[in-house]
Design a protein around this ligand. Sequence first.
Ligand SMILES: C[S@@+](CC[C@H](N)C(=O)[O-])C[C@H]1O[C@@H](n2cnc3c(N)ncnc32)[C@H](O)[C@@H]1O
Length: 295
Amino acid sequence: MSVSVSPSSSVSPSSSPLAPQRFATVARLRAAGCVYAEDEADLLISSATTPAQLQDLVDRRIAGFPLEQLLGWAWFGGLRITVAPGVFVPRARTGLLVREVVACADIGSIVVDLCCGSGAVGAAIAASVRGIRLYAADLDPAAVGCAQLNLRPYGGEVYLGDLCAPLPVELRGRVAVLVANVPYVPTDALDLMPAEARLHEPRLALDGGTDGLDVLRRVAVQAPDWLAPGGHLLVETSEDQAPTATGILRRAGFAARVVHDEDLEATAVIGATRPERAVPVHNSSRSAVKPTGHA
Ligand SMILES: C[S@@+](CC[C@H](N)C(=O)[O-])C[C@H]1O[C@@H](n2cnc3c(N)ncnc32)[C@H](O)[C@@H]1O
């Protein structure tokens, strides 16, 4: 079981008409090797409305579908985040990125959640910092659909397209915080990932190229055009990738530092632009890529 579903989050299987099936459901999940069989059984029972639906959910769980995609939601940053099938499931470790953004975002500032997936990161930030103006973007239409649902309560605008390309042009030079949980798994390591991720999350959400940092490199090049003076770029990496990622941000003109959280097993690299002005490293990211539309 992944860690992004909280068993305590509004689950009351005893009130379900399917409660009598709990014993058998736990037994099936346990026999299939499910470590948190009781918790998962309660969540699946609470989610199903008929015995046939429960059986289907348990069958698919045993076949390896991520629990969150079966339930249709994941618990992240104290929020219940809608997660559609095929959309990246937000990981608990990304809470570090949220915490660091919350530390540097002010009320009313413009925050961009790039590679937003379900929009979990942006939603958690908006729930913590009042009155931010939130924009998000992703290349995957399914992810954009989820993010629209999850960011609606915060007035977030969600765009479909490649990295910064679909963002409204008037944001250039005005973004206080650009946070990007980019795909960062090295291509050769994809085969080593747990089946839940490997088989049920899109490669687009995972594959970061040869050293895992290809997308991060592109974000580092584009970000200075969008950030305001004194703005910040925050990215998640593995611990091993952090020194290389720091070098990438420094070459793009940022003052970069690494933060690590042992408990979350999470690493983030934070880049700060100089206070007096942003540091564009090229003319325009928009010339190289074509927006695929505004969703
Ligand atoms: C690791 S997931 C992170 C999703 C979300 N931020 C989270 O933490 O749950 C990476 C996301 O980047 C998106 N993505 C990959 N390449 C992209 C690109 N070139 N432009 C925009 N989004 C991209 C994927 O579709 C996926 O949703």
